[in-house]
Design a binder for this molecule. Structure first.
Ligand SMILES: C[S@@+](CC[C@H](N)C(=O)[O-])C[C@H]1O[C@@H](n2cnc3c(N)ncnc32)[C@H](O)[C@@H]1O
Length: 408
C-alpha cells in the first residue's frame, strides 16, 4: 500500500509551515499557494521535494555543475509574493522563468491582469511554456529574451519581479515601470544578496523592505559574477576571498599573512545559535571600507588554516596585507549562545580585529532589531552631493547608497 502523502497533504503542510513562521501573512497568497499544485512545474522532483519549503528544484546546471535554472524554493516564492503584493488587474513582468512563480502571479492578478515571463534560455522558456499550458495557464506570455532590457512592447508594468540574482538595476527596469509600480529584485551588493522591493521616489528608486535570499546568477548582457581570489590553493583545502563590485586585494601579501600567527578580539556581543545575523553582515558590508568574504573548505578549517568553513564566506575586513574576519565562540557548554569576535592575520591584525569588533558593537547598540538598512538607487553619474549619506556602491548603471536609519 502506498503511504506517501498526497500532493494535497503536502501542499497544506507547506502553507501551514510558511504561515506559522510568518513568511506568508496575506490570506490571498495562502489561498493561492494552498490551491495551485507544484508538482506539474517540477515533474523531475519527488512531490515531497517540490513542497519542501526550503528546497529549490534545480532544472539545469552549467558545465561546471553550477545551478543556472531552478524552480525556486516555496519559502522564497512566498516571501517574494508578499514583497510584490500582486493585485487583480495588474500587468506583471517576471524575469527568469520556471512556470511555478508565473502561475502564482497569474492567479493573483486574475481575472483581468496579465503576466509575461521572460528567460534568456530557450530550453527554459520551452519547458515553462509547455508546463504552463499543461497546467491551464495558457494566458501567461512566455518570451525568450535577455530580461535586462525588460520587454518594452508589453510595458508599462505595475510589477517587475526578478527571479534571478542581479548585480545591478539596468535602466530598462526603471523606465518600464508604471506609475505606482515596484520592482522586486534579488540584488547583489558588496557580495551579499537581498531580495529588495524598490519603488520610484523622484528621480531614483528607494527600498521599502528586503529579505535574505539566494538565487542563480544572471546571464547575458548583465552577467557580472563575484571573483574568488585564492589565498591557499592546496586541492580540497582552498581558502579564498570573494570580491564584488570591482574590489581588489593584494593577494600575495594576504597569502603570506595567512601563515602568520592569529590575533583575536572578542566583542561581548552574543547571539543565539539559531539567530539570523544577516543584518550584522549587511552592516559590516556598509561600515567597512575594505570588505570581502572569506571562504574555506571544511578541510582547510580542520587543518587550522582558518576558523570558518563557509562556502558563501564570512564578513572580512581587508587592509593591505592584513585580514580580519568575523567569528564566534560558544559561551557555555550547552552550545546555545555564542560570542561574536574577530580573528586576524598580518602586520596590522591588532588594529583590524579591533575595528571589526568595534563595528559589531555598533551594530548591537544602534541597529540590532531595528528597521534595517535602506537602499537608494540613483543612476550612474549622479554627483555625490545628490546622494544620501551612507555607503555608496558604484555599479555600471547605478550608484547604490546603503544607509541605516537606526532604531526609533
Ligand atoms: C531561479 S530561475 C527562475 C525561477 C522561476 N521564476 C520559478 O518559477 O521558480 C532563474 C532563471 O533566470 C534565467 N536568467 C538568467 N539570466 C537571465 C537574463 N539575463 N534574462 C532572463 N532570464 C535570465 C535563467 O535561465 C533561469 O532560468
Amino acid at each position: 500500500m502506498n503511504t506517501d502523502p498526497t500532493p494535497e497533504t503536502l501542499r497544506t503542510a507547506m502553507v501551514k509551515a510558511l504561515r506559522e513562521d510568518g513568511t506568508i501573512r496575506t490570506e490571498r497568497i495562502a489561498e493561492v499557494m494552498g490551491r495551485v499544485p507544484r508538482e506539474p512545474f517540477a515533474p523531475e522532483a519527488r512531490p515531497a521535494d517540490a513542497y519542501d519549503p526550503e528546497n529549490a528544484v534545480v532544472t539545469k546546471r552549467d558545465k561546471d555543475g553550477l545551478a543556472i535554472s531552478s524552480v525556486s524554493a516555496p519559502r522564497i516564492q512566498a516571501f517574494m509574493l508578499e514583497q510584490a503584493g500582486p493585485r487583480p488587474g495588474e500587468n506583471v513582468l517576471e524575469i527568469g522563468s520556471g512556470g511555478m512563480f508565473a502561475a502564482y502571479l497569474s492567479e493573483l492578478v486574475a481575472p483581468k491582469g496579465a503576466v509575461t515571463t521572460v528567460d534568456i534560455d530557450p530550453e527554459v522558456t520551452g519547458r515553462a511554456r509547455r508546463l504552463l499550458e499543461e497546467a491551464g495557464y495558457e494566458k501567461v506570455r512566455v518570451v525568450t529574451a535577455d530580461g535586462a532590457f525588460g520587454l518594452p512592447e508589453h510595458a508599462p508594468f505595475d510589477l517587475i519581479a526578478v527571479t534571478v540574482g542581479a548585480p545591478d538595476i539596468p535602466p530598462a527596469w526603471r523606465e518600464q515601470l508604471a506609475p505606482g509600480g515596484r520592482i522586486v529584485v534579488p540584488l547583489r551588493v558588496r557580495g551579499l544578496m537581498r531580495s529588495i522591493v524598490l519603488v520610484p521616489e523622484g528621480d531614483h528608486l528607494v527600498s521599502t523592505g528586503y529579505e535574505l535570499c539566494g538565487f542563480v546568477p544572471m546571464q547575458g548582457s548583465e552577467e557580472n559574477r563575484e571573483r574568488l581570489v585564492l589565498l591557499h590553493d592546496a586541492p580540497g583545502e582552498e581558502v579564498g576571498l570573494r570580491l564584488d563590485d570591482g574590489d581588489h586585494v593584494d593577494a600575495e601579501a594576504l597569502r603570506a599573512a595567512l601563515t602568520s600567527p592569529r590575533q583575536e578580539v572578542w566583542s561581548g556581543v552574543t547571539v543565539g545559535g539559531e539567530e539570523p545575523i544577516d543584518d550584522l553582515d549587511l552592516w559590516l558590508a556598509t561600515a567597512l571600507d575594505g570588505h570581502a568574504r572569506l571562504t574555506a573548505t571544511p578541510a582547510a578549517r580542520d587543518k587550522g588554516l582558518v576558523a570558518s568553513a563557509s562556502p558563501l564566506g564570512v564578513a572580512t575586513l581587508v587592509v593591505g596585507g592584513t585580514l580580519a574576519y568575523r567569528t564566534v565562540r560558544p559561551i557555555d557548554e550547552t552550545l546555545t549562545r555564542f560570542e561574536l569576535g574577530a580573528y586576524g592575520h598580518g602586520s596590522a591584525a591588532a588594529a583590524a580585529t579591533a575595528r571589526l569588533v568595534h563595528e559589531i558593537q555598533v551594530w548591537d547598540k544602534e541597529y540590532r532589531g531595528g528597521p534595517g538598512a535602506r537602499f537608494d538607487v540613483h543612476v550612474a553619474g549622479t554627483p555625490d552631493d545628490r546622494l544620501p549619506t551612507g555607503r555608496v556602491v558604484d555599479k555600471p548603471h547605478t550608484r547604490i547608497t546603503i544607509s541605516w536609519p537606526g532604531k526609533p
